[in-house]
Write a protein that binds this ligand. Structure first.
Ligand code: 13P
Length: 291
């Protein structure tokens, strides 16, 4: 089975009002857990890879592990660069075989973000790779990237619509009040912006910072037009808590497979609960899959 761009799977999600999950893969155990459960739940899935993960694993291992995980899977899978920081990183991922990329130009001015995103769209679309872009800033910490609460910028609907008209990306992540990492207080999500932008552009909207968002807010966001939700921190917390628990309760544990397995099982349960919450269960569509 080949990796797919996320375009069609997200358009279907937008039409049928569910969200395709993006789970970040950081090692073999996460990849196995995410692909296995998505297959069991018959859910399309987007495997997010951040630049720190490429540095940690090496590109060859990223590609080899993803390829191995897909061998026994029958669901649509996109391999997606998460928060690509430059045109060069995007090109490196496309050359390696990614089927989708995100260019995160949110650190630039509105005009510069548009110019960079357009350049990526032109290059990626010429080889059938889908593109996600970000407008505004998403707070919190992810990998080595931290955005302070005071630096969060939430764009208005008009800016988001204008951004899409100039870039024609396949999926748009508009900052709407969620943050990367776990929340100290409940997020105040701009559902009005989600609804307005979703009605005005033909492509799906993406919610970053999906960890710790209350279930009712996730459901409401999907109802308003979110079709892709990114989750990373909750998987990391599930893995670390499970591993910590077993190591702390077994003084002499030496075989790392014993605790890695426990961590992997914890990620599996988290992934299953998110797929069900996002209602992407049984949304596999054979027409996406090219063998
Ligand atoms: P969380 O780590 O908050 O789940 O966010 C993940 C994310 O948005 C990846 O881009």
């Amino acid at each position: 089975m080949t990796l797919l761009p996320m375009t069609e799977m997200l358009l279907k999600a937008k039409k049928e009002k569910y969200a395709v999950p993006q789970f970040n893969i950081i090692n073999m155990e996460f990849t196995q857990a995410i692909v296995e459960v998505s297959t069991e739940e018959n859910s399309p899935v987007i495997l997010g890879v951040g630049e720190p993960t490429i540095k940690y694993m090496g590109m060859e291992y990223v590609m080899a592990i993803v390829e191995a995980s897909m061998k026994n899977s029958s669901v649509p899978i996109a391999l997606h660069l998460d928060h690509g920081s430059s045109f060069e990183v995007v090109m490196m991922c496309i050359r390696a075989g990614f089927s989708s990329v995100m260019i995160d130009g949110s650190k630039y001015s509105f005009e510069e973000n548009i110019a960079l995103t357009r350049k990526v769209v032109e290059a990626a679309h010429s080889v059938e790779v889908s593109v996600e872009a970000e407008l505004g800033t998403i707070g919190g910490t992810e990998d080595n990237l931290h955005v302070d609460e005071n630096d969060v910028i939430l764009p208005n609907s008009e800016e988001a619509i204008e951004f899409w008209n100039h870039t024609k990306v396949d999926a748009l992540a508009v900052a709407v009040g969620t943050a990367h990492g776990m929340y100290k207080i409940e997020p105040n999500i701009r559902f009005d912006v989600i609804s307005e932008v979703s009605k005005s552009i033909p492509v799906p909207l993406v919610l970053h910072g999906g960890s710790g968002v209350p279930d009712q807010d996730i459901k409401r966001a999907i109802g308003c037009g979110i079709s892709k939700i990114n989750v990373n921190t909750e998987n990391q917390v599930a893995f670390s808590d499970a591993v910590r628990k077993i190591i702390n309760s077994h003084d002499n544990i030496q075989d790392s497979r014993l605790f890695l397995r426990v961590g992997r099982d914890a990620v599996k349960e988290m992934v299953r609960s998110k797929i069900r919450l996002f209602n992407s269960i049984n949304k596999n569509d054979a027409s996406f899959i090219k063998n």
